[in-house]
Design a protein around this ligand. Structure first.
Ligand code: ADP
Length: 729
């Protein structure tokens, strides 16, 4: 225990507390927290001192060293930081300068400390510092901000700054510390991304790729390069400088002249020719004097290029169809900036986008050309051609189509919706019935038909407007899934043909009508003659007269057929609506036809017991046709069988013969107008080929049907089905 402690204790009274340094036996010193209490025997006599010591060496030391460590650590952090950490006085004099600051700005700590901070502030930004210092003095808070500073070599760098005040113990602001982070790379990335996005917008904005590339070059010199040039490989293999850009138009002029004077030779081992040959980018982050010397063709060129002061450059190929067809060159000059690998990646991305845009433009041009060609071809075609898209809008029409549908131009037609075009006209089918819009051929193809045809007649409401007729044919254009994406309709004008047929039908109608009267009176006179001669008993004359009568019957049938046919063509023949006893009608017809033949026996089996509604004469004509055909086409047979029966609500009449039969292939055809089966082996039978056509038409209008069962050489069975009158069912 030290003397002073005891003295204090004795003087002061009762106890003492404090830290003491003790030396141990081994000489080691320990710090103890000591508490000492004085005990007295009586009032003035101290007896003994009680001392309680606690070793606090460890706590004591570690607290001290912790402060030291903290100090050291702080220094280490400051020195190892990637950010420049600088402190300065309120007058802007630098007081500390870490390693990162040395690296970032190029000044050593010795060079910087003691100097004004304006050392690293570019001329035009000096005001910034004045503001900072005044704010610091006023104790105002300074927000983190981005700015530009200058290196020792004069080059600029983008930094982000954090400034905090330094206070003394009394809390007064005596200076500032600033942390500067180099954000050049981030800025560069931002600029590159911005440029790439701006350039991409330009690329997609136009199909004229030359103008597009020029715009991009101009964009480049405002954002990422001092110089930008775009060269393309011309057809003849030479290199064509498409564009040179610099912010100064005078320099651009100069560059053009330089290129004219020193054209690029394809065999050069570097630069644009090399990139075009290899398809690999050339990246020169640092352009050295040696490189300039090596590249220059003569002293004059070397002098010129030196004057430009290129520092960094890159040439990227524009690859189209796997081959380099052009190059994009970016260069930096008159500054200490250099391109980085990141810049190269961006430029290559831009080049690949540019090449895509060029290919698109080419493709578009090719399509446009073939479209133009097609347009010229289709313009000369007399048929109307219309193309509908999936929404059934007209996306193409040629002049003929516009003219046929009454439009002044194809544009006008394309702008009018198809239903509106159809609504302009009264549209009819071949039978002159209204033509339903859903039956238009393009609608049928959209509904699933693979090919649709129709004949339509049309006339607009205007008085005196002649009727036009068209043959429509529509075909689908399918996508890879087989879905209809477009429909092409061809409109063939058949007005002339239809009118000619109409005239012919009119003529036949008139002629047969005119023929009918004399034949009828001939028949009348024959009967008178037969009557008279029968009395006289001249058998031979009677025989001739009956043959004359048979021929007259044939003539009458022919004329009747012709009349019905022509009426059908010209318009609807007037049909009676009466109740017909079908079995009675058949009996009558069979009797009449039987009278005309001596070779065949017509056998009737069964009965229908049915009444039907219709035109008795026309229906009679159907059965006369079937029976006369059955006899005509079975020259070697001796019978024809007529079977009558009912099938549910229908009456069925079938006529079976045992003649030449009809080959399966003609089963449909024989019901067409003027169709006759011609067979080189068979004798040709007289006829017009209209009997079955008329029969079918007549049955159609009675809601009936006619079918055929036959094979060549095995006879034929024609069956007629007719609906039975309501009340009888
Ligand atoms: P046509 O006046 O020629 O008989 P149709 O219209 O009555 O005219 O018949 C058309 C064609 O159908 C005939 O030319 C013939 O080739 C064939 N045909 C019709 N009926 C028969 C039949 N019963 N047997 C064989 N062929 C027939």
């Amino acid at each position: 225990m030290s003397r002073e402690v005891v003295d204090t204790l004795l003087v002061s009274g009762q106890q003492w507390e404090g830290e003491l340094l003790h030396t141990c036996k081994d000489g080691k010193q320990v710090v103890v927290e000591s508490r000492q209490v004085l005990t007295r025997i009586d009032h003035n006599q101290p007896a003994l001192i009680l001392e309680i010591n606690r070793d606090i060496t460890f706590t004591h030391l570690s607290e001290r060293s912790r402060a030291e460590v903290d100090q050291l650590r702080l220094v280490a952090i400051v020195e190892s930081s990637d950010d420049a950490i600088i402190s300065k006085t309120l007058d802007g004099i630098i007081t500390s300068w870490n390693l990162a600051a040395e690296r970032m700005f190029g000044y050593s700590s010795q060079e910087a400390v003691g100097k004004s901070i304006t050392l690293i502030i570019p001329e035009e930004l000096r005001n910034e510092e004045v503001m900072i210092l005044s704010k610091l003095r006023k104790g105002e808070h300074i927000d983190h901000f981005e700015t530009v500073r200058m290196r020792k070599d004069g080059s600029r760098l983008d930094i982000s700054l954090t400034i905090s005040p330094i206070k003394n113990r009394a809390g007064q602001i005596i200076g500032a510390s600033k942390i500067a982070r180099d954000i050049t790379e981030r800025k560069r990335l931002q600029r590159n991304l911005q440029f790439l996005s701006d350039a991409s917008k330009v690329l997609s904005s136009s199909l004229d790729y030359k103008t597009t590339l020029q715009t991009i070059a101009r964009l480049a010199v405002s954002q990422i390069a001092d110089w930008c040039a775009i060269d393309m490989l011309a057809e003849d293999g030479s290199i064509e400088q498409l564009v040179v850009a610099h912010v100064d138009p005078q320099k651009v002029q100069w560059a053009w002249e330089l290129r004219k004077k020193y054209p690029i030779t394809m065999d050069a081992a570097y630069g644009i020719p090399q990139v075009l040959r290899t398809g690999v980018s050339e990246f020169v982050p640092f352009i050295s004097e040696d490189m300039l010397v090596a590249a220059a063709l003569d002293d004059e060129q070397l002098a010129l290029v030196r004057k430009v002061g290129f520092t960094s450059g890159m040439t990227i190929p524009i690859v189209i169809d796997g081959k380099a067809r052009g190059t994009l060159t970016f260069a930096l000059a008159e500054s200490s900036r250099h391109y980085t690998h990141g810049d190269l990646v961006m430029a290559e991305e831009l080049a690949s986008r540019a090449s895509l845009a060029i290919q698109n433009a080419q493709l578009y041009r090719e399509i446009q050309q073939s479209r133009d060609q097609l347009d010229i071809i289709l313009h000369g075609v007399a048929d109307g051609i219309v193309v509908y898209d999936m929404h059934r809008r007209i996306i193409y029409a040629n002049e003929a189509a516009a003219q046929m549908t009454g439009f002044a131009s194809k544009q006008e037609m394309m702008e009018t919706p198809a239903p509106a075009t159809a609504a302009k006209y009264e549209i009819i089918d071949e039978q002159r019935r209204p033509f339903p819009p859903s039956q238009f051929t393009y609608q049928r193809v959209f509904a699933g038909e693979r090919e649709a045809e129709a004949v339509i007649g049309y006339r607009n409401g205007t008085e005196g407007q002649t009727e036009r007729w068209s043959f429509l044919k529509s075909l689908p254009i399918l996508n890879e899934l087989g879905e209809v994406i477009m429909v092409v309709t061809i409109i063939h004008d058949i007005t002339e043909r239809v009118l000619a047929e109409h005239r012919k039908d009119m003529f036949i109608s008139m002629a047969s009508h005119e023929l009918k009267t004399p034949v009828t009176s001939l028949k009348g006179f024959t009967h008178v003659l037969q009557f008279r001669l029968a009395k006289q008993g001249d058998q031979q004359v009677l025989h001739f007269l009956s043959r004359m009568d048979a021929q007259l019957n044939k003539l009458t049938k022919l004329i009747t057929d012709l009349l019905v046919l022509s009426r059908m063509q010209v318009g609807q023949p007037a049909f009676q609506r009466e109740t017909v006893n079908l079995d009675g009608l058949l009996a009558e017809i069979v009797e009449n036809v039987q009278a005309t033949t001596t070779t065949h026996a017509i056998i009737v089996e069964g009965k229908t017991g049915a009444h039907i509604v219709g035109d008795k004469d026309r229906l009679g004509q159907v059965f006369i046709n079937l029976l006369t055909n059955a006899i005509k086409y079975s020259p070697h047979a001796d019978k024809v069988i007529v079977r009558l029966r009912r099938e549910q609500n229908q009456a069925v009449v079938s006529v079976q013969d045992f003649g030449i039969g009809v080959e399966e292939a003609y089963h449909q055809k024989i019901f067409e107008r003027f169709y006759q089966v011609s067979d080189p082996e068979e004798p040709t039978f007289p006829g017009l080929g209209i009997g079955l056509y008329i029969s079918k038409e007549i049955l159609d209008r009675h809601a009936g049907r006619i079918t055929l069962k036959s094979r060549r050489g095995e006879g034929a069975t024609f069956s007629v089905t007719l609906p039975i009158l309501e009340e009888e069912k």
